[in-house]
Write a protein that binds this ligand. Structure first.
Ligand SMILES: [Cu+2]
Length: 123
C-alpha cells in the first residue's frame, strides 16, 4: 500500500462526492463471485463483479494478486448484455488471493477495490 495509491483513492472519492450533487453514476460494487472473504473451488474459476451502473468493460481492469504479492492482469470478457458487470476467469490453485478491480463508469469516474478470497481443493 503506497501513499500514492491512498492519495489517488482520496481524489476519486472527492471527485465523486462533488459529482453526486448533480447526476452521478460512478460504479459501486454490489455483488461478486467470489464474495469478499468468500471461497472458490480450485481449478478453472469464472468470476463476475456486478456494479450499480454501466461499466466501460474495455477500460476497466481486474488484477489477480497472489499471496506472494505477484500480480496478474486478467482478461475481461466484454459482454454488452451485461453492461453493469465485469466477467473474467482464471485457473486457480488452492491458496489465498485478492482480486483488485478498477472500474470506469460512464460518468468518467474510476472506482477501485479489493475482494480477498480463498481457493480450496475440490472435495
Ligand atoms: Cu462518480
Amino acid at each position: 500500500m503506497s501513499l500514492r495509491r491512498h492519495f489517488g483513492t482520496f481524489l476519486v472519492a472527492a471527485a465523486c462526492t462533488v459529482a453526486s450533487m448533480s447526476a452521478s453514476a460512478h460504479a459501486i460494487l454490489v455483488d461478486s463471485t467470489p464474495k469478499p472473504n468468500g471461497t472458490l473451488a480450485a481449478g478453472h474459476a469464472d468470476m463476475a463483479f456486478k456494479y450499480n451502473s454501466k461499466i466501460d468493460q474495455h477500460r476497466s481492469r481486474i488484477t489477480l494478486v497472489k499471496a506472494d504479492n505477484s500480480e496478474t492482469v486478467l482478461t475481461i470478457a466484454t459482454n454488452s448484455s451485461k453492461p453493469n458487470e465485469l466477467d473474467t476467469s482464471a485457473d486457480l490453485a488452492p491458496g489465498t488471493y485478492t482480486i483488485r478491480w478498477q472500474a470506469l463508469a460512464l460518468d468518467g469516474h474510476i472506482t477501485r477495490g479489493d475482494v480477498p478470497f480463498t481457493v480450496v481443493a475440490k472435495p
